[in-house]
Design a protein around this ligand. Structure first.
Ligand code: COA
Length: 256
């Protein structure tokens, strides 16, 4: 992997640590969740800072994006200290604000890779599921504990897990809420590769660099076509394939 540019995230107004560290490895942007003392719990402030980082010109212009956390945790989920404040009205406002993070990530035109070490729970797992690809290391521990807290995964993770693993596996994971290993996540097809401890990020960067080297428009249309195929009729999906091909193909000489 090539040079690592310095952190590009603006320093927070209060002079404290940024909640998201942004680095660039060639054309790959790396967004590191940076609340290690709280196991990268996804507070609304952290979600907002992730959205802000994704909108920054340097990240928006990257050819691929890697999301990562720290050695102990990719993220231990939604910030539980904020949950008691969530009335129905605030929840509706939340999904129009920082809670739009997960859909924003899922709809990015660039390929996205989650590099996962340690706890990957609740909304942290949902953020990883919103990425195109997940690379975990042997320390990773997955789970969706929400039902035990009297709620449910609601940042797109329930829907994405049903589509990725099927309703039976999704019920098993969500209703029991038990934690499971990287090897189990790999067996279920939720993780592409299990790296040795401490190697999730380097492996994710390698995979991201491969995707970053592919034609950006082909990657963007293909991602959108695959996502649409998962939720539409075969005939609509086939039509999208053909229209995307027509939009992408540039015959030599610019033929009609
Ligand atoms: N929200 C807010 N803070 C969290 C958090 C979360 N989801 N997960 C961990 N933290 C905080 C802890 O409160 C603690 O903060 P403190 O040191 O200021 O008290 C710090 O992170 C370290 O967590 P701790 O519980 O001491 O670590 P542990 O190794 O004993 O346990 C977990 C790790 C992940 C098993 C445990 O923290 C946990 O169960 N977290 C909640 C997971 C969860 O329910 N997520 C889904 C929410 S919908």
């Amino acid at each position: 992997m090539t040079s690592t540019a310095p952190v590009t995230a603006p320093a927070p107004a209060d002079g404290g640590e940024p909640l998201v560290r942004v680095q660039h490895h060639g054309t790959v942007a790396v967004l590191q969740l940076n609340r290690p003392g709280k196991l990268n719990a996804l507070s609304t402030a952290l979600e907002q800072e992730l959205i802000g980082s994704l909108r920054s010109p340097a990240v928006a212009g990257a050819a691929a994006i890697v999301f990562t956390g720290s050695a102990r945790a990719f993220s231990a989920g939604a910030d539980t200290s904020e949950l008691p404040e969530m009335t129905p009205e605030r929840i509706a406002a939340y999904y129009r604000g920082s809670g739009s993070l997960y859909e924003t990530v899922a709809r990015l035109p660039q390929p996205t890779v989650a590099a996962i070490s340690g706890y990957c729970l609740g909304a942290g797992f949902e953020l990883a599921l919103a990425c195109d690809i997940r690379i975990a290391d042997e320390t990773a521990s997955f789970g969706l504990p929400e039902v035990g807290l009297g709620i449910l995964p609601s940042s797109g993770g329930l829907t994405r897990l049903v589509r990725a693993a099927g309703p039976a596996i999704a019920k098993e994971i969500i209703l029991f809420g038990e934690r499971f290993t990287a090897a189990e996540a790999h067996r279920l097809g939720l993780v592409r590769e299990v790296a040795p401890a401490g190697e999730a990020l380097p492996v994710a960067l390698e995979r991201a660099a491969v995707l970053a080297g592919k034609p950006a428009m082909a990657v963007a249309w293909t991602k959108a076509a695959i996502d649409t195929a998962a939720e539409s009729s075969a005939s609509a999906s086939l039509l999208i394939e053909q229209l995307a091909y027509a939009a992408l193909n540039r015959p030599a000489g610019g033929g009609q």
